[in-house]
Design a protein around this ligand. Structure first.
Ligand code: ADP
Length: 172
């Protein structure tokens, strides 16, 4: 499996699956979530509503992942995962790790070969970039042994600062 980095907009990626930094309601939000729903159109929200009505009446728990159509995005699927809100009093890194592992597990189940991840939890959820980058890269590297169909994990970083944080994590 290759891990690649690009600076850009995740909604423009031509990959099999894009990962959404969703919130547990699955009903959309700001940041990546807002961009994905805006660019992907109403089909994504429709499937999210159906998931709330069936498998996740209380919402998608933090650290878990579920797939929907990607609607009008160039990707085939959106894999929604809920990152943890950063806390200084409690170590929630296992949940951030879990987002990556579970999203890859879902991707594998779909037969996705290329998967784009945003920098989960580093926006409104407040996770410091360097720490989030290390956790994300480490989780993906460790998942490599068990995940079979995914050939490329592409971290799509919105700005230079995020890109550099992931670049350092990858070098480490
Ligand atoms: P969270 O709630 O998990 O913190 P956010 O969506 O607020 O999620 O932010 C996660 C990261 O995604 C931030 O680093 C933010 O700059 C970045 N981001 C926002 N929009 C996009 C986009 N269209 N493509 C890629 N990354 C984005």
């Amino acid at each position: 499996m290759h891990i690649t980095l690009v600076q850009g907009d995740i909604t423009e990626q031509r990959v099999d699956a894009v990962v959404n930094a969703a919130n547990s309601s699955l009903m959309g939000g700001g940041g990546v979530d807002g961009a994905i729903h805006r660019r992907g159109g109403p089909a994504i929200l429709e499937e999210c509503r159906a998931l709330r009505a069936s498998r996740y009446p209380d919402g998608l728990p933090t650290g878990q992942a579920v797939a929907t159509t990607a609607g009008d995005l160039p990707a085939r699927w959106v894999i929604h995962t809920v990152g943890p809100i950063h806390s200084t009093s409690e170590d929630r890194s296992h949940l951030l790790r879990s987002c990556h592992v579970e999203a890859l597990r879902v991707a594998d189940g779909l037969g996705a070969r290329t998967v784009a991840f945003p920098a989960i939890s580093t926006g409104v959820y407040g996770w410091p970039l360097d720490s989030a980058a290390r956790i994300a890269v480490d989780a993906v590297r460790r998942a490599e042994t068990s995940v079979t169909s995914v050939e490329e994990v592409r971290f799509v970083l919105f700005d230079r600062k995020a890109y550099e944080a992931f670049e350092s994590a990858l070098a480490g």
